[in-house]
Design a protein. Structure first.
Lengths: 188, 188, 188, 188
DNA sequence: CATGAATGAGTGTTCATTCAT
DNA sequence: GATGAATGAACACTCATTCAT
């Protein structure tokens, strides 16, 4: 990918994290990226397109991070714990500023089949985890989306509040939270 | 509260739900509320203040709704279930347009001690639920905030996706989700 | 008509005459009119609307000027000569800067029935002249539009070139030109 | 003339006719001409120069067309009629797109002696016609410019309105208009 | 010679805010 | 108190022009 395009995306992510959705203008992005305002329009159709592309860019980054060090051979629980911690770490390493600040969800999303398939592909390993869990009888028989909301979403939510200083989460509390999430999706 | 001020807040909520954050201007709010543009500035310092106050306005509405039909005499589980469903219903009854559309989180939030205390007061009954649960040994020994993220947050998250059509949640699945959230916070 | 609106129209006309169609911006108009840029948009929907309204504004001014001192009792030739000279004078008195500089024709024109009827009404006296001339057998049996192109258009064209200094037209030459235009439309 | 320069001029004329003065940019011209944007600046100083040169380019095309099939041996009236019809035909054959659409007059014109001499040379045959007519006593003793405005200008004006659909001109009306123009410049 | 990415001043337009009435 | 006309800085976006390759 062109050097300039990357710089523009990174600048946008940074500014979005700093000032939020409503606080950034194309001129600010240009300045932060070290390019002229007009240059942005060589790489992105308009502001909407820039934000859409940033969404996809981050989504694929996130998908990669989440499934890092996860292999099909690992036992279910270990896989789950790894993913949960990957999400947690992402926030705490200031690795994905937008995620940290909860601005990512607000990014304008492209609708439609295409987008859905992209997300399915990106999060294939997550779905595989849930599918195996249900097949083996360990997990509750619920849609993957619901399982995800119950077990992984809290990781992001907690991390966000932790990093924003809303409240502190100790290592012990964190490990307990992982267990709680596991409890949420497993049969009892 | 002054009639005009209420009308302005309601107009803002309606427009925010209809057009999103980007799509509203002070003139639109004025028109919708049936007042002159300048009048808004009698009741709100500036646009930011209007949005902040709207945040608090909605927050207190939400707090009321969540604890509706919840009394201290009900058993823990029933109280929890009622709150969970109150959150769920709020979204599905188009009762809180901003919540439904996920615009509420984007509202600029005041930071700081003051805001924290307001939220504590509003959600006192929720905290009481968790405190009792922990005291009786039924709940895990985790901070209330963490318990909330594990058990109530998924209700809002699920409802949002359900109402936005991201995916469908049947009545059975919903009840199973409530059980799962209960599993997350209870001891095993 | 609002004072500000008039000032904006006059400023536009002046700038259009000075810099031509392509040389003016809304900010220039605002500055020349002594109003803020945003004020223009209280009176005109957009730049196009401003130009359209200027067109109509000038058209009605021109129609008034052309038929000044023309009464139905005057003999045909005197009426014709008066109109011809009214056009001529308009240019030479710097009375209608846009006409002088031939920028008027370039103004974006509204199309359609409505516009046509407006023009018919404005130039009713001109049409009446041609109709009477044809009825009495003095004029050639041609459409009023054609008679107009043959006899009055040259007045504007000549005046434009005279005032722009393309060439000089003496008083005698001007009177001869009026006779020539009369020859063009009368029977021989 | 360089192949590239010709292509640029033709592209400009085409785009100007299609989109009007406002609708063309140098990048569009470059694309239409099949050259890089920077290349235009090898052949033209700037946009103004391109437009000026296009003006002259078209002017010389027009001059050629007007005097087509006109020879010194033809009687005055036949020469006049031929020129009048040449102008008429140019518009109706979609031969000179800019003329047809009235965009030609808007082209920025160079002022001054030099420009005047160019036009004199281009329209030498037209001047010759008027000079002979005056010498033989057939034409009125008026400057060639005035005679031209009285007799040839109406052809262009009529053709423009005809082609733009402002009103329809039948073949009979057109012939009558030629006679009327002849009447305008001849002695009676 | 030719290219086309890059520039940045400029465009038309919006809108939070003010203030004379 | 309430109004709404007026403001002008800011916005997203364009485009004539340059210059390293």
């Amino acid at each position: 990918m062109s050097d300039k395009k990357t710089r523009i995306l990174q600048a946008t992510e940074k500014l979005l994290a700093m000032y939020g959705f409503h606080g950034i203008s194309m001129q600010m992005v240009a300045k932060e990226a070290g390019v002229a305002a007009g240059t942005i329009y060589r790489y992105f159709e308009d502001k909407d397109d820039l934000l859409h592309q940033l969404h996809d860019h981050i989504l694929s980054h996130v998908a990669n991070k989440i499934t890092q060090d996860v292999s099909d051979e690992m036992p279910l629980k270990k896989r789950f714990r790894t993913m949960w911690l990957n999400i947690w770490k992402m926030a705490n390493q200031e690795d994905a500023p937008l995620i940290n600040r909860g601005q990512f969800e607000n990014l304008p999303r492209r609708q439609g089949q295409e987008q859905y398939q992209l997300e399915q592909k990106l999060f294939a390993k997550v779905n595989q985890l849930f599918d195996e869990g249900k097949a083996s009888g360990q997990f509750k028989q619920l849609d993957n989306e619901i399982l995800s909301v119950l077990s992984l979403e809290p990781s992001a939510c907690l991390a966000r509040k932790h990093v924003n200083g809303v409240f502190n989460v100790s290592d012990d509390a964190r490990d307990a939270a992982i267990e709680a999430c596991w409890d949420a999706i497993t049969q009892h």
